[in-house]
Ligand binder design. Structure first.
Ligand code: UD1
Length: 388
């Protein structure tokens, strides 16, 4: 038993696959601090076992305390449903701060609820901007940042964007990229998991943005351009549920045959192992642009813009937009051994979650209660709550 002067109640909200690798290290970092009580809420935006449960298992995330089980729908419906289901949870749990992650619909929905209830919001991965408001994620980022009380940025471009939008600098802290904490921790295991199971030379493809997969001509052009390289390498394509629906709907499964191999979405470790050994990754994801930069693997991004510009300026990322000639030229360059070589951006060092824990406790720790607590603070908190 020892004495602590601080008790802090932190509620985390996640909902979609890219949130899980960000919350995992923050939960761990805060879990090792005394006087912290944590609650995890899963909105259920992603609900398939291979989009959610397997990530919880592999990343060592405890089962959510609350699952809102919202599921899929239009943007307005999904956002509204999350808000309706989340509001009573915040009222009942009375957290000192709610932590939201990234830029998915669950992020903005939770931030809106908290702002209306006057509960402070901390946004992990704040400040990123693609300057493209046709992307739903850009709207989610802009709104979430305006509503947040603490903005934790992964790169300094984020600080500059927030300053330009009039956000007070005291609210903004550059902590580095927390998703890289998970990568650093699990890379050795991912490499061991992949050993002996991968083809000699291969690229990885992921596509799920509406601008690429909801447009049949675009989707067909990408797949046809890539199949031209199937003589030189395997192309492994783990398919997001949205993309799977479109391939079926457009009757395009036939293009994906031979060495262009469709697969179900992969768990975290298997996908990280795949990226690490790849000659090249072709994607429209946000997080994969970052992971490839850290791993030093050339990445070709099928988007006109990126909210993660350091992956282009420092890292291994090249934007190819909708230009199939450029896609073919860049792949040929990589296959010839002349792919882009990058460096790791500042504070992508595996310790962002410790910095996030410091900031949260500095700002939201409750005042002294002068009671003895156990090392992790959980038991006394439970006792205090039971007694009330
Ligand atoms: C969401 C995020 C996107 C992120 C992506 C990662 C938003 C606005 N978008 O996009 O930023 O890059 O997650 O995966 O929040 N579906 C299933 N099973 C699931 C989840 C989805 O079948 O577990 C299907 C549903 O038919 C759904 C569609 O996929 O309509 C799209 O899912 P949704 O959560 O709306 O957006 P994502 O495209 O996954």
């Amino acid at each position: 038993m020892r004495h602590s002067s601080q008790l802090t109640h932190i509620l985390h909200v996640v909902g979609a696959r890219p949130n899980f690798m960000k919350v995992a290290p923050v939960l761990r970092a805060l879990g090792s601090r005394p006087g912290v009580k944590q609650i995890l809420v899963h909105t259920g935006q992603h609900y398939d076992a291979n989009m959610s449960d397997v990530f919880f298992r592999q990343l060592g995330i405890p089962a959510p305390d609350v699952n809102l089980a919202v599921g899929a729908g239009s943007h307005a419906w999904q956002t509204a449903e999350i808000m309706t289901c989340f509001e009573p949870v915040v009222r009942q749990r009375e957290p000192d701060v709610v932590v939201v992650y990234g830029d998915v619909n669950s992020t903005v929905a939770a931030a809106l609820v908290c702002a209306k209830l006057n509960v402070p919001v901390a946004h992990v991965e704040a400040g990123l901007r693609s300057f493209d408001r046709t992307m739903p994620e850009e709207i989610n980022r802009l709104v979430t940042d305006q509503l947040s009380d603490l903005l934790l940025t992964p790169s300094l471009d984020g600080n500059r964007n927030l300053a330009r939008e009039g956000i007070s600098p005291e609210k903004v802290v550059f902590v580095g990229n927390v998703m890289i904490d998970t990568l650093v921790r699990l890379l050795p295991l991912a490499v061991r998991t992949a050993r002996g199971k991968l083809p000699q030379r291969y690229s990885v493809l992921t596509l799920h943005r509406p601008s690429n997969v909801d447009d049949p001509e675009m989707l067909r052009s990408i797949l046809q351009t890539l199949s031209e390289f199937a003589g030189e390498m395997d192309i492994l394509f783990p398919v997001h549920p949205r993309t799977r629906q479109r391939l079926d709907e457009f009757g395009m499964n036939r293009i994906c045959q031979g060495r262009l191999r469709l697969m179900d979405p992969l768990p975290y470790l298997e996908f990280l192992g795949l990226q690490q050994g790849a000659t090249c990754v072709i994607t429209d994801s946000g997080g994969i642009q970052e992971e490839t930069t850290f791993l030093g693997v050339p990445c070709l991004t099928m988007r006109e813009n990126t909210e993660r510009p350091v992956t282009v300026t420092c890292g291994t990322n090249t934007l190819v937009g909708r230009n199939m000639d450029m896609l073919a030229t860049e792949i040929a360059r990589i296959l010839a051994g002349r792919g882009k070589i990058g460096v790791k951006p500042e504070l992508w060092d595996g310790r962002a979650s410790a910095r996030i824990a410091d900031c949260l406790l500095e700002r939201y720790a409750r005042v002294s209660v002068g009671l003895p607590i156990t090392a992790n603070g959980q038991h006394l908190l439970a006792a205090v709550e039971t007694a009330q």
